[in-house]
Design a protein around this ligand. Structure first.
Ligand code: ZN
Length: 286
């Protein structure tokens, strides 16, 4: 089987598995709560640590308690105590006290589509997450700089978008480290979030991500925009899946993403009109 076919099939399987449990109806739409969306208000504050994906979800932990918790997983902890824990599964959504939705765009930046997405986000004064590939970032440093200027969060999506489960550990490390380096160079900060290509995680990805100070973030709602299902279908998937704490997966590169660009122009104002805050997560609350 060709590599591309294998990856596409795996991607479809993984995406299907994630979306099965993801289509939570929004409910209660219609309230026009659009105040407080200035840049300074975009971060969601919460009083207690969250449930989704966090260790020891049975009982809320104080932040200090959480940080000192023995690291779970595989052998002695590799992280510096108090730094990023080694998780055994990625976060699928973000903690939420209200109606927060996180929009994520993977595989870019691509000068054909990313500027349009940034324009739409700017028009509505919201921030989003871009899980960039180092290779793309290397060739489009101006877009990384623009993301920084406009307050967007840039995550690490590896250098060349490989299937990590097929790689040796040192290659995975190189894929991740090089990407964090190029993001730091052009965005100004090292990524605090990592997303495995195709959603294919393994132990090395969690351990190396933690070593590099990154939390693993997957998604709740997959738009499957890479299959080019039509703009209306993408819009429908986002709006049907919208719910507090949801993380939406779209793509700004890797193929013809004009549908993704158009869809954002439609669903973003609708989400905001429905009372959702479209924002980025804070590391200290996951
Ligand atoms: Zn990807």
């Amino acid at each position: 089987m060709q590599k591309d076919q294998l990856l596409t099939r795996r991607r479809a399987l993984l995406a299907g598995a994630v979306t099965l449990g993801a289509a939570v109806p929004a409910g209660g739409r219609g309230g026009r709560v659009r105040s407080g969306r200035g840049v300074g208000d975009l971060l969601v504050h919460r009083a207690s640590p969250p449930a989704a994906g966090a260790p020891a979800a049975r009982r809320p932990l104080r932040p200090s308690e959480y940080r000192l918790r023995p690291l779970t997983g595989y052998g002695p902890p590799r992280t510096v105590p108090g730094r990023t824990p080694v998780r055994e599964e990625p976060l699928l959504k973000v903690p939420d006290n209200g109606r927060t939705v996180v929009l994520t765009f993977d595989d870019g930046p691509d000068p054909r589509y990313t500027p349009d997405i940034l324009d739409t986000l700017a028009r509505h004064e919201v921030r989003a997450m871009f899980f960039v590939c180092g290779e793309m970032a290397h060739y489009n440093p101006d877009l990384l700089a623009r993301m920084a200027d406009e307050g967007h969060v840039v995550g690490n999506h590896t250098w060349s978008h490989p299937l990590l489960t097929s790689l040796r550990r040192r290659t995975i490390r190189s894929e991740m480290e090089r990407t964090s380096d190029v993001v730091e160079r052009h965005h100004g900060t090292r990524p605090e979030w990592f997303r495995a290509p195709y959603g294919a995680w393994n132990r090395a990805a969690f351990e190396l991500g933690a070593e590099l100070g990154m939390e693993p973030l997957a998604w709740t709602v997959d738009t499957l925009d890479w299959t080019e299902p039509g703009t209306r279908t993408i819009v429908g998937r986002v709006e049907d899946g919208a719910a507090p704490g949801v993380v939406v997966l779209s793509h700004d590169a890797g193929g013809d993403r004009s549908q993704s660009v158009k869809a954002l122009r439609s669903y973003l104002p609708h989400l905001l009109d429905s009372g959702y805050h479209v924002t980025v997560p804070r590391r200290e609350y996951v």
